[in-house]
Design a protein around this ligand. Structure first.
Ligand code: GLY
Length: 381
């Protein structure tokens, strides 16, 4: 799949008409930020909404490239962690941006993982009815998923991501070298979202990941660049076809209906990271598809085997601590914002690389899959 050229970096274009943008991917891409941002900094400054931990590690490098391009960075730090996707922190960020007198022609940079990206993207979407946002994602998860496609938002007491807006970035800069400072568990969790692109629509990419996933996880910059580029191209294709998720964009939620319920059941805590929930969710989606006679058992086994080989969780038994009953988990699924008209939407599969969206799922099958998994978990305890 790779001709080796990706090692030096690559650009994926997202052709969304007036809102088209480029995703710059590669080792050292951060050093290009100054040049890339020049047209977006008419007053010679940008506001940077930065995750505090990321800022400690990488803000200096960002300021250096911006400074070399004559751009001043005015930074607003936000605490690391999901709790920053709250009304309270959003209000603080908006207040700080207004204090900076950021104008509509200016730019907010989101610097961090999915939390900083969603929060800063949403602040940019609603500040003065919308200012430009440039995403500089620093985790694998945000480089392959959340920084691309324009979903922004915060959490509500009623659930995750329930308050938000579609606001496409003006540019995305994904520097794969920044992944070197990512904790191992977070890297693996993000990798689940990479595998997702293979499983949902690209069997050849899945096969490539089976061969190259270990190198990617071990730090191979060319493999990382290639995998992120393929993932972003896949996401761009889907987003261009269905920007606001009226149809096929929902395929990007493969594994998420189960995964979100498991995240809710574990209190969005260290017990289960988002990508870990997605990995288990994808294994359960394949198993549900197999039991419904939609997909071959060997495909379900192959999908789970690769996730396991990359040290990802695939079973409910892999989650520490107690879980709700099968019925309780189904109730949590029903609270997902993707439920429509009271019906649950599932992304199921016909084979590796062939996902589809359906509301025609026999909940007895889902209940049986979950019950069997819970029984296996009890037996393993
Ligand atoms: N993360 C799923 C989407 O962007 O649609």
């Amino acid at each position: 799949m790779s001709d080796g050229s990706a090692a030096a970096g690559t650009v994926v274009h997202v052709p969304l008409g007036e809102r088209a943008y480029d995703i710059h991917i590669g080792p050292g891409a951060l050093a290009q930020a100054g040049e890339i941002l020049k047209p977006f900094a008419p007053q010679g400054r940008v506001a940077v909404v930065a995750d505090r931990t990321v800022a400690d590690l990488h803000l200096g490098a960002l300021e250096e490239t911006l400074g070399a391009a004559g751009i001043r960075a005015q930074t607003i730090l936000v605490p690391s962690g999901e709790s920053s996707k709250s009304m309270r922190i959003l209000e603080q960020v908006l207040g700080a941006l207004l204090d900076l007198r950021l104008e509509r022609s200016e730019t907010v940079i989101a610097f961090g993982g999915g939390v900083a990206g969603d929060l800063a993207g949403f602040a940019a979407a609603i500040l003065r009815r919308g200012v430009r946002c440039v995403q500089i994602p620093t985790t694998l998860l945000s480089q392959v998923d959340s920084s691309v496609g324009g979903k922004t938002g915060i959490n509500a007491p009623q659930g995750k991501n329930l308050i938000g807006a579609f606001h496409q970035p003006a540019s995305v800069i994904a520097d794969v070298s920044l992944l070197d400072s990512l904790p191992e568990r977070e890297l693996r969790s993000g990798y689940a979202e990479v595998v997702k692109y293979g499983l949902l629509g690209d069997a050849a990419f899945f096969e490539w990941l089976e061969a190259n996933g270990a190198a990617l996880l071990a730090g191979d910059a060319a493999a990382r660049t290639e995998a992120i580029a393929v993932s972003c191209r896949a996401k761009a294709r889907i987003v261009v076809e269905d920007e606001t998720e009226a149809g096929n964009r929902a395929l990007l939620n493969l594994g998420h209906t189960f995964g979100h319920a498991l995240e809710a059941a574990t209190g969005y805590s260290e017990r289960l990271l988002h990508g870990e929930g997605v990995a288990i969710g994808m294994a359960l989606a394949f198993e549900t598809s197999r039991r419904m006679g939609l997909c071959a058992g060997q495909d379900a086994e192959r999908a789970a085997a690769h996730l396991r080989a990359c040290d990802l969780k695939t079973r409910l038994a892999d989650i520490p601590g107690d879980l709700p009953s099968a019925e309780g988990l189904i109730e949590l699924m029903a609270q997902d914002k993707k439920a429509s008209g009271g019906k649950l939407t599932f992304i199921l599969v016909r084979a590796i690389g062939q996902a589809f969206k359906t509301q025609e799922v026999d909940l007895d099958v889902v209940r049986a899959v979950l019950s069997d998994e819970l029984t296996a978990k009890d037996a393993a305890a």
